[in-house]
Design a protein around this ligand. Sequence first.
Ligand code: ATP
Length: 239
Amino acid sequence: MNEPVWQPGDDVVLGCTGLGMVYAEGKMRTPVFDGLGLEVRRGETVAIVGASGAGKSTLLHLLGGLDTPTAGDVYVDGHWMSALSDTARGQLRNRALGFVYQFHHLLPEFTALENVMLPVLLGGEKVATARDRARDLLESVGLGHRLEHKPGELSGGERQRAAVARALVNRPACVLGDEPTGNLDEKTAAHVFDQMLELNREHRTSLVLVTHDRRLASRLDRVLELHQGRLRELVASDM
Ligand SMILES: Nc1ncnc2c1ncn2[C@@H]1O[C@H](COP(=O)(O)OP(=O)(O)OP(=O)(O)O)[C@@H](O)[C@H]1O
């Protein structure tokens, strides 16, 4: 394996170098992008925008270690993904990254509290620690009175707020969000987004957010557009 050319600085929590992805299905090959480089510093918030099909979700999947790139490498909190076994990659994901998607993906048979406790328990912590941390976070997203509710007994906005709490409960270095408020009405989306940003600031967690919403994107530190396989930094006049 070639040594990656790019060496991340101490304050970089997530990055990639030479990142490429070609989907291959039988004889069909779908190249999405090639040679992408990105670095996200501690506490930094980054939006990824771009047209439908540009490869935003693919990029997020690769950064989150949920898929393997066909070229290049991803760096998460001190580790190159390619150097890790599947088990070690899973452990790193659970410890260093949090995920929030457009759909909440909470487990339906568990309460809000249990859902948020789960990543902490998977990380090997005691039940009491998991319960305390989960309760604190659910309280800070305004769900202290809904701890025992199952996802089916929560509103759409409440479910997304529980998902945000779950993403942050292991105190990750970076949260990856794929349209986390895309399924909510405008007012609820703004509320969930505000809480997400506030918690990220409070915990100095970095955030990489895929969104179609330029207004939400412009509230983050940097906005990158994925266009024809390249990442381009947008400035205020582009927005
Ligand atoms: N599993 C797959 N196999 C083959 N091609 C795929 C696969 N997943 C995605 N693609 C293709 O890769 C390209 C990028 O897809 P991706 O979902 O990353 O785009 P996106 O920018 O997130 O789009 P959207 O904004 O519509 O969600 C698309 O052209 C898509 O058709």
